[in-house]
Design a protein around this ligand. Sequence first.
Ligand code: SF4
Length: 82
Amino acid sequence: MWKVKDGPAYSDPYQGEPMQILIEEDKCCGAGQCVLAAPEVFDQRDEDGVVVLLDAEPGADQYENIRNAAAICPAAAIELRE
Ligand code: SF4
């Protein structure tokens, strides 16, 4: 729990615009790193392993995992706007 001095307490310190997640399926090589980093947000298609976005509007508690997923994606197939 975060608390601003002499102010209200917040369970979520994120106060800005929600994160936008853009996937480029054509780039995805099915490595699955994003699923390991953020399993609540990314999955892979059974037939070819291409990334699937499970949650287009994830909570702020997922942002760090999503940033990690984008950073380690070997195909640079995940773009974040925040
Ligand atoms: S880490 Fe990148 S290349 Fe691998 S499945 Fe996820 S989006 Fe595709």
